[in-house]
Write a protein that binds this ligand. Sequence first.
Ligand code: ADP
Length: 288
Amino acid sequence: MPNADDLLVLKALGLTKKYGRRTALEHVDLAVPAGRVIGLVGPNGAGKSTLLHLATGLIEPTSGLLRVLGSRAAADASHLARVGFVAQDTPVYKSFTVEEHLRMGARLNPSWDSGLAERRVRQVGLRLDQKAGGLSGGQRAQLALTIAAAKRPELLIFDEPAAALDPLARHGFLENLLEFVAELGASAVLSSHLLGDISRACDYLIVLCGAKVQVADGVKELLDVHHRLVDPPERLPLGVEVIQGEPGGRRVIVRGTAVLPCPVEPVTLEELALAYMTRALGASEGRR
Ligand code: ADP
């Protein structure tokens, strides 16, 4: 019988990370199921990279628990092989050719799929003899994605993978990423401050702001329980939580499943994420 935690790609309980006196993550709880494309959104400084670096074992928590695919992050070599990581600005070795990158990947990773790597490189129009230093930002991102995916990980982690790309290259890169994830049957976590990218690519959302998780759930589940109320009354039914706007205001975003006493409109994922971030930033300004 698999342990229930094995079915989670990420599980965090009271996860806290401090850099000196600065708290980058504070008491984060998460239970993210496998098989999802997870969008991790939040403004700069929210703690996104910190969470991803903890998940890849690059840094250690200050306190609390973190499980990645059912084990401690980077627990051992076999666990490391199950997780692929593409760091910010998609690092590649400038003086190495594309082919040398693939050869290095094969040597470092026992589960390396050279057929997949070579096919993908051809598909995205990279030449094997091109030096990585001469590639465009979009091509570099594709190479880094190929290297992370060719080790056939169960979980792919991307820290702002497409932030430096122009909109067209970003679109192509995200499409490719989704194809890859589907082909591998993997889960993926994708951090971004670009809400449009997250809405396009993800089916699970984590909003991080001010070192805390503001909301985390499947996109469908979130869209089902959030609504915009038009001209709502001052008093709302029990169990309806105002996320953005004032009770009694003209347009109010709420969470709740109760029957609502006014016209109701759907909200988009972007509006929902913005509402949570605005609320968190408002609360932290209120505390100052
Ligand atoms: P994000 O990826 O959402 O922009 P980060 O995780 O990089 O956020 O940063 C969260 C907070 O932790 C920020 O206040 C940042 O300045 C701080 N921080 C991140 N890394 C370090 C570090 N190595 N040393 C000190 N502070 C850091």
